[in-house]
Design a binder for this molecule. Structure first.
Ligand SMILES: NC(=O)c1ccc[n+]([C@@H]2O[C@H](COP(=O)([O-])OP(=O)(O)OC[C@H]3O[C@@H](n4cnc5c(N)ncnc54)[C@H](OP(=O)(O)O)[C@@H]3O)[C@@H](O)[C@H]2O)c1
Length: 324
C-alpha cells in the first residue's frame, strides 16, 4: 500500500516537474531536413510539420508521381517563400544511390541537419510462409536502408558537431509478435543501432531518436493488413489506430528535444517503460519513475502475453478443426 502511494506521489511530482523543466527544443528554422519515405504516411506527416517549422525539406522515395504529389502538398505548408521543398527518387536499399543523391542535394540546399528514416514496410506471415524475396527486401529496406542513409550524413554531422538522426522502429521492435518474425527482427536491430550510435555520437552533439509508432492509419498499414494472419489481427486490435499526424507530431517534439524513445498512447508507454533496458537516461525524474513502475508493469505485461498466448492457442485449435 505504502509502495503504491509512493508511486502515485512520484508520478504526480514527475508530471508537475516535467511541465516546468522542459528540455531544450532545437529549432528547424532555415535548416535542411531529409526524410526517407517522405512521400507517404508518417514520413509525409513529418515533412508537413517540418515545413511548418520553417525547414527546407527533401523527400526521398522511389515512386516519382507520389513524390511530386507529396512535394506539392508540403509546399502548401511552408511559412516563408525561401523554403525549398525538393524530391529525390531513390531506393534506400542502394547505398551508392543514397550517398550520391544526398551529396547532390546538399550541394544545392545546404547540409542536412536532420535525417528522418521513415522508408520501410512490413510483410506479415509465419516465417516458413515468407518468400526469400520478401525476407531480403524487408532486411534491405527496413535495416540496411536506414544504415546507408545514416552513413551518408554521419561524417558531416560529426564534423559540424550538430545533427539529429531519427530511425523508425515499431512496437514490434521491442517485443516479438506472431506473424512479424522478419519485420520484427529488422526493427529490433534498429534499436541496437540506435543505442550504439547514441554512445558514439554524444561527444559530437548529435542526437538519436528511435520512433516506436503504434498501428498508424497509413497506406503502408493498409498494405500490411493484407498479409496479416488472423492471430496478428486479434492481438493488435486492442491498441487502436492512430493518425499519422499524431505520431509525427510527437516524433518531431521528441527528436527536437533529443529524447531517445518516441511513442504515443498508454500501451506504448507501458511497453517502452518495460523494455527500457540499458538505454541512456533522459532525466533523474524519468529514471525514478521507471524504477517505481518496472515491477508493476511486468505484471501488466504478463497479462498481455498470456492473452496473446490464448489467442494463438484458440486459432490453432480452430485451424486444426478446419483441417480435419
Ligand atoms: N503505419 C504503421 O502502423 C507503422 C507502425 C510501426 C512502424 N511503422 C514504420 O513507419 C515507417 C513509415 O511507415 P508508413 O506506415 O508511413 O508507410 P507508407 O505509408 O507505406 O510510407 C512508406 C514510405 O517509404 C517509401 N519507401 C518504401 N520502400 C522504399 C525504398 N526501398 N526506398 C525508398 N523509399 C521507400 C515509400 O515510397 P515508395 O514506395 O514510393 O518508395 C513511402 O514514401 C516504416 O518504417 C514502417 O515500418 C509503421
Amino acid at each position: 500500500m505504502i509502495y503504491i502511494i509512493l508511486c502515485l506521489i512520484l508520478c504526480g511530482v514527475v508530471f508537475y516537474k516535467s511541465t516546468i523543466y522542459k528540455r531544450h527544443r532545437r529549432s528547424l528554422w532555415n535548416k535542411h531536413v531529409a526524410i526517407t519515405g517522405g512521400s507517404s504516411g508518417i514520413g509525409k506527416a513529418f515533412a508537413i510539420l517540418a515545413a511548418k517549422e520553417g525547414a527546407h525539406v527533401t523527400l526521398l522515395a522511389r515512386n516519382v508521381d507520389r513524390l511530386e504529389e507529396a512535394r506539392n502538398e508540403i509546399k502548401q505548408n511552408t511559412v516563408t517563400q525561401d523554403q525549398i521543398i525538393s524530391k529525390v527518387p531513390v531506393d534506400v536499399s542502394c547505398p551508392e544511390a543514397v550517398e550520391n543523391n544526398l551529396l547532390e542535394i546538399e550541394e544545392t540546399i545546404g547540409p542536412v541537419y536532420m535525417l528522418v528514416n521513415c522508408a520501410g514496410f512490413a510483410v506479415c506471415g509465419k516465417l516458413e510462409d515468407l518468400s526469400e524475396r520478401d525476407i531480403k527486401a524487408l532486411v534491405d529496406v527496413n535495416l540496411m536502408g536506414t544504415i546507408y542513409a545514416i552513413r551518408a550524413v554521419l561524417p558531416k554531422f560529426k564534423k559540424r558537431r550538430e545533427g539529429i538522426i531519427v530511425m523508425t522502429s515499431s512496437a514490434v521492435g521491442l517485443m516479438g509478435m506472431f506473424g512479424y518474425s522478419v519485420y520484427s527482427a529488422c526493427k529490433f536491430a534498429l534499436r541496437g543501432l540506435a543505442e550504439s550510435l547514441v554512445m558514439e555520437l554524444k561527444p559530437y552533439n548529435v542526437t538519436v531518436t528511435l520512433a516506436l509508432p503504434p498501428d498508424t492509419d497509413t497506406p503502408g498499414f493498409e498494405n500490411e493488413n493484407k498479409s496479416k494472419p488472423k492471430e496478428t489481427k486479434l492481438m493488435s486490435e486492442s491498441g487502436g489506430l492512430y493518425k499519422p499526424e499524431v505520431v509525427a507530431k510527437q516524433l518531431l517534439e521528441d527528436a527536437l528535444k533529443g529524447n531517445f524513445f518516441s511513442y504515443v498512447g498508454l500501451e506504448s508507454f507501458i511497453l517502452t517503460t518495460l523494455c527500457v533496458g540499458m538505454t541512456s537516461v533522459n532525466s533523474v525524474l524519468e529514471l525514478l519513475l521507471q524504477i517505481c513502475l518496472l515491477g508493476p508493469l511486468r505484471l501488466i505485461g504478463t497479462y498481455y502475453i498470456k492473452n496473446f498466448e490464448k489467442i494463438v492457442a484458440k486459432c490453432f485449435s480452430e485451424n486444426h478443426v478446419q483441417e480435419k
